[in-house]
Design a protein around this ligand. Sequence first.
Ligand SMILES: Cc1cc2nc3c(=O)[nH]c(=O)nc-3n(C[C@H](O)[C@H](O)[C@H](O)COP(=O)(O)OP(=O)(O)OC[C@H]3O[C@@H](n4cnc5c(N)ncnc54)[C@H](O)[C@@H]3O)c2cc1C
Length: 246
Amino acid sequence: MARPLDWQLATVAGVHDETDAVRSFSLTLPAWTGHRPGQHVDLRLTSEDGYSVERSYSIASEPERAPEVDITVERIPDGEVSPFLHDVVVPGDRLEVRGPIGGYFVWEASQPGPLLLVGGGSGVVPLMAMIRHRARAGAMNPTRLLLSSRGPGEIIYREELDRLSATQDGFQVAHTLTREQPPGWSGYARRIDEAMLSEVLDPLGREARVYICGPTALVESAANALVRIGLAPSQIRTERFGPTGT
Ligand SMILES: Cc1cc2nc3c(=O)[nH]c(=O)nc-3n(C[C@H](O)[C@H](O)[C@H](O)COP(=O)(O)OP(=O)(O)OC[C@H]3O[C@@H](n4cnc5c(N)ncnc54)[C@H](O)[C@@H]3O)c2cc1C
């Protein structure tokens, strides 16, 4: 059995579009040790001349899907790795992957109590692993996802989130659309702020466990707002994607 930091050759079992700029890849791993929701993998691309680049991608799927894991990648137009994954990789291809990595930003259904998940854009990916795992495990703990997206077409996993929200097992999703709202939109229409977090947190109570993931600026402002609301920093776990200042 491979150790998490050994590279292994994953086979791309499937590819599907989540939005115009976001695509999911199902990877089958030959020696997967299993993961905890919130962990990520590292992916390495090596060109013929030996130049190689590595990037981290959160695992989107629940551990119950092992040895298949999904990653969900936003295409950064001037990026090195994400355009390659979007434009070149097709089912049957092999990719070098290692993991699972990370032990801090994880939640498992064995952890009881209310859960607040806050995501910005592709920051929803590790939160989705938690949400899918929660549903598969039959956990009924009150759970809310506050998801910030730019516009209606950019909401990642929208249909699945709506479906899971409709099952009435204690999971609910609240959306905020920061740049473009469709006619009749009844969700939030601004960046995540203290008043919004307070409203979403209210039914869960101040003891909720919180996970925040997204661009650095969103993560920091949401965590600071929750501390101002009265949560202890020890209740809040954060994961930052993308460069500082975004
Ligand atoms: C723990 C962890 C988990 C991650 N999980 C995911 C995931 O599930 N899905 C996902 O899509 N990404 C995820 N990322 C980000 C990912 O690792 C890459 O940084 C991202 O795909 C961009 O790589 P690139 O090679 O395409 O762009 P690069 O060549 O690295 O960057 C090109 C340009 O884009 C800017 N840039 C880089 N990243 C971002 C970004 N996220 N947003 C805006 N601008 C950016 C850079 O500053 C640069 O100007 C994660 C990062 C970390 C640290």
